[in-house]
Design a protein around this ligand. Sequence first.
Ligand code: HEM
Length: 428
Amino acid sequence: MNTTDFASIDFFTDRSLYDNPYPYFEWLRSQGAVWREPFHDVVMVTGYDEAKVIYNDNATFSSCNAVSGPFPGFPVPLVGEDVTDLIEQHRDELPFSDQLPTFDPPKHQDHRGLLMRLITPKRLKENEAFMWRIADQQISEFIDNGACEWIAEYTSPVTLLVIADLLGVPEADHSEFQDELQSNRRARSAVGSSDGAAMAHKPLEFLYDRFTKYIEECRRTPREDVMTGLALATFPDGTLPNVVDAMRIAANLFAAGQETTARLLGNAFQFLGERPDIQIKLRDDRSLIPAFIEESLRVESPIKGDFRLSRVPSTIGGVELPAGTTVMLLNGAANRDPRMFENPSEFKLDRPNGRHHIGFGFGLHTCAGAPLARSEARITIERILDRIENIGINETEHGNANERHYTYAPTFMLRGVQNLHLTFDKIA
Ligand code: HEM
């Protein structure tokens, strides 16, 4: 595709960008670190510094459209020098309006505070013990085959069950949650869809019922467990949230943490399969695993971008953004900004500033589950290196090294392979 063709590409609907959005991102960057695309009037931010300025400025930029962006569009015309009141009047009509990433201060702090009371260091430690166990259990299911489809056989079930465990979903109910995962792909694929009809107003309904039941039970009969902790956790001012708010926290964690971490594990193992040299380095020196995870997040950011809506006029990167502007912070492009990262498309384990990527966002809304995602990736890699060697890409499924073909998530938000067929040798 040549440069002229990119001008005719609509990032939000064009399927040709799913496989490899990066040449398009570079074309966007050549238009400027901040540039208004013509199809949906969205200001695309590919600059690392510019993205951080916006992430940090919650007074100017609302998160009300963080997940939905320009779809289905704000319910009323956003006219005037300050659209704050219009946003407040209509924000509840936007998709995902009941989820933490779309909240603004002060409500955001209260609800994030509630969430952070659940993801405590102590709870994360207990959750890690479960991760080691579930990682082994899942690997045992396919290890004797010498091959696996990594996404279906490992990343999807493990990422789901880790969050279920974090929240204290009884193990007896885990398989039911797995079945729901399978049958609710439609709801999750609504994230990053430009199809307004497909984007249900509350795409998590299926989890809401379950958690309402758990929380009501725990409030009636408190026990010494995590679910009771969730049911009885209070806002920072000491008030008890209503059941609906407590339930949403739980359901939101599934939405925010499951598919994203599954993408990270998919991307990381695609790199491992493609790069035997990196595999050897990690095996020789396990202390390189964290750097490997950060570089995976930088080079292939599982969330390609988040949105913001400007309340008042501002100037970012020399570009004027009037009130009512929809902005897309392209993490996947900012993480390859050559002003920040040298030879940005190169995967380098010893990159000195690799950890400074914004794959988990930045500022007030920075990913609440980042420690959990990092632990999940680290434990997975540790156990795989212990039990398996010579991980390779299955050439029958993905073609030989010169003609690789992968299918990527069909959304403009998420980045990662839909399936990943690996081959390997079991360590005796
Ligand atoms: C590799 C995996 C993950 C990636 C790449 C990722 C990425 C992100 C990003 C970019 C944001 C910022 C959104 C914004 O500013 O609009 C975010 C927020 C969030 N993430 Fe993650 N995430 C991951 C895993 C998780 C996990 C495992 C959990 C929970 C267990 C989680 C929970 C959340 C929550 C609750 C928020 C909203 C925080 C807020 O609005 O204050 N994430 N994530």
